[in-house]
Ligand binder design. Structure first.
Ligand code: DQA
Length: 146
């Protein structure tokens, strides 16, 4: 199967920003780990990161219109908490999207406890660091086979 891994705003600084929360692995290292894990499972992955809401929306449209993948993992960063544009884009496409967070957003600031995306996502995985992406991949693949 083919999966698209989308990281949103500020995720390019992973490994360099708030390392106590997000760890010291860079996004490149995290993507390499996800890529190796997917390969071992016989899957293909494409990675995309942007700090721009519209670019993330367009990537979701592209996946839908060009049928580029079977499923999507989306860590939208702070857009998670207020982007109705991303929410509508997820609702518009027929590809299952899993919301991913490295940190446990429920154990942090009040504003992080609300996601405007979860309702339109297939599921959500949070709080497991890089493991959130790996668990989301496993779960999404299992769900797609059902
Ligand atoms: C995050 C959690 C968000 O609240 C935050 O804005 C991020 C990262 C996470 O992976 O834990 O940028 O999505």
């Amino acid at each position: 199967m083919k999966f698209l891994i989308i990281n949103g705003v500020n995720l390019n600084l992973t490994g360099k920003r708030e390392t106590g929360v997000y760890g010291v692995k860079t996004l490149e290292e995290i993507n390499a780990e996800i890529g190796a894990f997917a390969k071992k499972n016989g899957d293909e992955v494409e990675f995309y990161q942007s700090n721009f809401e519209g670019a993330l929306v367009e990537k979701l449209h592209e996946a839908f219109l060009q049928k580029t993948c079977d499923g999507i993992l989306l860590n939208a960063g702070a857009f998670t908490h207020y982007s109705y544009a991303l929410r509508d884009a997820i609702a518009a496409i027929d590809i299952p999207v899993v919301e991913v967070h490295m940190s446990n957003v429920h154990a942090r600031e009040e504003f992080r406890k609300n996601s405007v995306l979860t309702e339109v996502c297939k599921g959500a995985v949070l709080g497991l660091g890089v493991g959130s992406y790996l668990a989301a991949l496993v779960g999404l693949k299992a769900g797609l086979k059902e």
